[in-house]
Design a protein around this ligand. Sequence first.
Ligand code: HEC
Ligand code: HEC
Length: 252
Amino acid sequence: MAQHDVKVDSMAKVVTALGVVLLLIVVGYMAKSLMNTIERGSTKGQVMTAPAAPATPVAEVPAAAAPAAAPAAAAAASDAAAGQAKYATCAACHGANGEGSGVFPKLAGLSASDVEGKLKKYRAGEQVGPMTSMMAPNAANLSDADIANLAAHSASVGGAAATPAAPAAAAAGDVAAGKAKYATCAACHGANGEGQGMFPKVAGQSAADLAAKLKKYRAGETVGPNSAMMAPNAAALSDGDIADLSAYLASL
Ligand code: HEC
Ligand code: HEC
């Protein structure tokens, strides 16, 4: 019997001890959640009164400044917004929303994989349609990421207006980089900037003069009678792009 009593006694002690531990846990948990509630309550006001993204005073930026100079955007795998910015150079031929016109095919509504496949063919110099030679230079300079972004954009057209996001700019003009970037311009201005028809000669002008004009186009200002045709080609250029392109064209 004594043995049994001892057993019951120790069992009771264990149960009591467990009860105390449990109680401490529950009290601790309650105290913690109370603290959390208080903390959340005190920060709630700050979060709610935090101002919305500040409006960029684009209209007040003087012409010489860079309205399109945006901070370097994280390069995502396939980013329709980045594609939209990149699309600025394509809009002159394919229309602001990829609607196409005349000989320039409609891009809106094509699947991303279709656009991607065709752009890679153009880039590789392969024949796609009867006017491939006109399109190929526009794809020659595109990276895989550019193509993925453009494809994502084409598949999503009809959205809001483009907000040109310029990549981090290189400081001074780089002739070789400018030559590579000129690929998209050659279709209109000629392989060596010699101009043709309504497309002015851009070779041989001073770099400063070229850069000033490109910044005007980028800002949406009128330069000549056909500025509306040129402006989309400058909309997405960063200061670095402009410096590179101007250095290249001045070297011709
Ligand atoms: C100078 C005018 C011009 C510019 C600028 C231009 N394209 Fe094109 N694009 C064309 C022409 C012309 C074709 C038809 C080519 C053919 O017959 O293969 C074409 C075809 C295409 C096609 C294939 C459409 C289809 O269904 O066959 C895609 C996709 C395309 N362009 C995307 C772009 C993108 C993206 C850009 C900008 C990086 C761009 N283009 C810039 C003239 C242009
Ligand atoms: C779809 C055809 C087209 C494409 C592509 C194009 N341009 Fe133009 N560009 C024009 C036209 C048209 C004008 C004349 C605009 C005007 O009247 O102001 C022009 C004017 C210019 C001028 C001013 C020339 C002067 O002395 O008045 C420069 C510089 C220039 N373009 C550079 C470029 C560069 C650099 C690119 C590529 C990033 C490019 N263009 C792509 C059509 C084009």
